[in-house]
Each structure stands twice: as structure tokens, then as C-alpha cells.
Design a protein around this ligand. Structure first.
Ligand SMILES: Cc1ncc(COP(=O)(O)O)c(C=O)c1O
Length: 365
């Protein structure tokens, strides 16, 4: 089987990751705290987070987003600004905040996503409480200039959250350099870790306030003490095996020059894309030149589910549907059926790419 759903979850994982997870279960509890500390430090360093006490391991991106959004003390009249390409992990908060606190959710229209002047105009015109942007669309693979958007947000006194789910492990990201207020990521995609692990960074000066879980609070139940940064009691037990796996994955990525590896896969996906471009009944999604290795398309008269089924018969596993990104599809004009999404991973081989191209050629003749 050729697996082309790496933008969903990467497969296979490096051997080193599988071995690290398996060996964790026979490790003495005495070493668990050290393993956790090392993993926490190294994963924080991977994103150039200067102070690991501002970095938290979570179950994944959705949980990280939920933690941050639910601790922001929203008020009626606040505005949340997002792109149209956000994953449901972020976009669902637009609806929730509107219902719970009369917060307005302003969505940057798809074609304006790369228009920094327009984004600045929005930031100038009104007071935005939080800008939340993904570093790349999980539907089209188009990359979004999050570095510039963080900068613009700060120039206009606005907090900025970066959702790195689609590019963490593909392209480097430095918290120290970019200085987002919040960073969230998933461990199970290009980072090559297992499912159920991810993380978040929360800058020191952000208005996150969590109830103090220390004994001090017991003396003042009437007036609970609030603190800035969450701790173990706020986040609960961690997925140690998953974290050990993610730690091994981050080391594998560093040892294998991941930027170069991903550039090769982008070339492979470009090859598939170029072939599809020659098919008059195929419509390719996402024309922005800077992309992750995702190829999304629709086929005239054939539903994405049907294309997925046809490819599965040829042992090619793709993703069809809306990829948990409803606004992206309403902006791309692909609702309600969505698209076919192909996303090769780091272990794809040249001959497999050729097989995919041959099968697709045959499919859409
Ligand atoms: C851009 C984006 N954000 C968030 C998520 C959710 O990540 P997780 O599975 O870690 O909750 C995904 C997963 O598809 C994604 O692509």
C-alpha cells in the first residue's frame, strides 16, 4: 500500500521512534522523570524556545488551542481574526466565542490571505483581541507568512497564535526569532511522532491566568490566587510513551537534515501536480507557490469519495472530504464534498511516485 495521508498522520514512523516507544514500557519508573525532562527540553529547543518553563507537552494541537482559547478571558465586543484556512481546532472557537461571549469572528477571505497590506488594514481599522493563523493549510498545503503576520499583529498591539500543525518538522520555526504569543503543534504529522502528543508555547506576558494549584491556595478559598503559567495540575498526566516517541522523532529529524528531506518530497508532489495539471477534468486547489507536499484536487463529475475508493483499489491510500476545515472549503468552492488530498511522506520512494502518476494518468484519461 502506498500511503498518501501524511498531512493527516505520518506513516510509517522512523524505526528509532518505534524502538523508543517500545523500550519505554520496560524502563524503570526511576528514570521516568529524567526521560520527561530531557524530552521536554529537547523538544522546546527544537522550536528555539528560550525558556522551557513556557513550553508544555499536551495531547496535541486541538488540546493546546482549547487550553489557550479557554483561558483568554474573552469579553463581549472582542474580535478574533483568523484566515479562512484554519483547521476546526481553531475555527470552531469562532462559533463558540460568538455564542458564549458575543465575540466577533472575522475571517480573512481566502484570496486575501497573502495580502499583508489588507491584513494590516484590518488590524489598523479595528481593535483585534487575537489573531490566530496556521502556518500552512491542511487542505491545499499553501504556506502562510506567519512570521510577517506575528510582526504586524504586534505592531498593532494584538496577540498572535501560530498553529504549526502542518509545518512542524518540515520547516524550522524559531520562537526566539518570530516571538509569537502562542505556538501550538501536533506531534503526529511531519514531526513523525505518535498520535496523542503535541505541545504549546505560551509567552510570559500573555493574559493567561490559571487557578493556582499549590497549597497556598488552600488558605484563600474565598479569593483564589491566579498564576500565569499552567503546570502539571492544570494539564494532567502526560502521555509518557508518546513523549518519548516524539523526543526520538525530533532527534531523527535533526540527524536526517529534515529540511532537505522535505524539499525532496515537495519536488515529488510537484511532479504529481504537474501531471494532474494536464487533465482537463481535474481542478487543482491552491495556487500559491510556497507549499507543503500536499496535492489537492477535484475531478469533474466524480466525487472525492469515489476517487478515494478508486485509488484504494490500486493500493493507494489518500484522504477525501473536508479535512476538518469547513471554512477553507466554503472559500474554495468545494463544499460540501471537499477534495481529494494526496500528501506523500518522508519515506516515499521514486518508484512509488511513478506508480501514483501512472495510476492517476489511467484514472482520469
Ligand atoms: C492545521 C491543523 N491544526 C490543528 C490540527 C489538529 O491537530 P491534532 O490532531 O494534534 O489535534 C490539524 C490536524 O489535522 C491541522 O492540520
Amino acid at each position: 500500500m502506498i500511503y498518501l495521508n501524511n498531512a493527516g498522520t505520518s506513516y510509517p514512523k522512523p524505526k528509532k521512534v518505534i524502538e523508543a516507544i517500545a523500550s519505554f514500557f520496560s524502563m524503570s519508573p526511576e528514570v521516568w522523570p529524567t526521560l520527561l525532562k530531557m524530552a521536554h527540553q529537547d523538544i522546546a529547543a527544537f522550536f528555539e524556545i528560550p525558556d522551557p518553563s513556557q513550553f508544555f507537552l499536551t495531547k496535541g494541537c486541538t488540546e493546546s488551542v482549547a487550553f489557550i482559547f479557554s483561558h483568554l478571558n474573552w469579553k463581549a465586543g472582542d474580535v478574533l481574526l483568523t484566515t479562512a484556512l484554519e483547521h476546526h481546532a481553531v475555527s470552531r472557537w469562532g462559533e463558540k466565542l460568538k455564542n458564549d461571549f458575543q465575540v466577533e469572528h472575522q475571517i480573512i477571505p481566502y484570496e486575501q490571505t497573502w495580502n499583508l497590506e489588507e491584513i494590516e488594514r484590518i488590524l489598523k481599522r479595528r481593535s483585534i483581541r487575537l489573531v490566530s493563523v496556521c502556518s500552512a493549510s491542511n487542505v491545499t498545503g499553501e504556506r502562510i507568512p506567519v512570521e510577517a503576520i506575528v510582526k504586524l499583529s504586534h505592531q498593532h498591539g494584538t496577540l498572535c497564535l501560530v498553529d504549526l500543525a502542518q509545518t512542524a518538522g518540515m520547516f524550522p520555526f524559531s520562537v526566539q526569532e518570530v516571538q509569537p504569543d502562542f505556538l501550538v503543534f501536533a506531534g503526529h504529522k511531519a514531526l513523525l511522532g505518535p498520535q496523542g502528543v503535541g505541545g504549546m508555547y505560551i509567552a510570559k506576558e500573555t493574559p493567561i491566568r490559571v487557578a493556582d494549584s499549590s497549597i497556598r491556595n488552600q488558605d484563600s478559598l474565598e479569593k483564589p490566587i491566579l498564576q500565569d503559567m499552567p503546570n502539571y495540575c492544570d494539564l494532567g498526566s502526560v502521555n509518557m510513551a508518546g513523549i518519548v516517541g516524539l523526543h526520538a522523532a525530533v532527534q531523527w529529524l535533526k540527524d536526517n537534515d529534515y529540511l532537505e528531506v522535505y524539499q525532496k518530497i515537495v519536488q515529488f508532489s510537484d511532479k504529481i501536480q504537474e501531471m494532474l495539471r494536464t487533465k482537463p477534468n481535474v481542478k487543482l486547489m491552491g495556487q500559491h507557490p510556497s507549499k507543503t507536499p500536499i496535492v489537492s484536487f477535484t475531478v469533474e463529475g466524480v466525487s472525492p469519495d469515489e476517487v478515494e475508493r478508486k485509488l484504494k483499489e490500486k493500493s493507494i491510500m489518500v484522504n477525501a472530504g473536508i479535512q476538518c476545515a469547513p471554512f477553507a472549503h466554503s472559500n474554495l468552492g468545494t463544499s460540501p464534498e471537499g477534495v481529494v488530498r494526496l500528501s506523500p511522506g518522508v519515506f516515499i520512494k521514486q518508484d512509488e511516485i511513478q506508480k501514483i502518476i501512472d495510476v492517476l494518468e489511467h484514472c482520469f484519461k
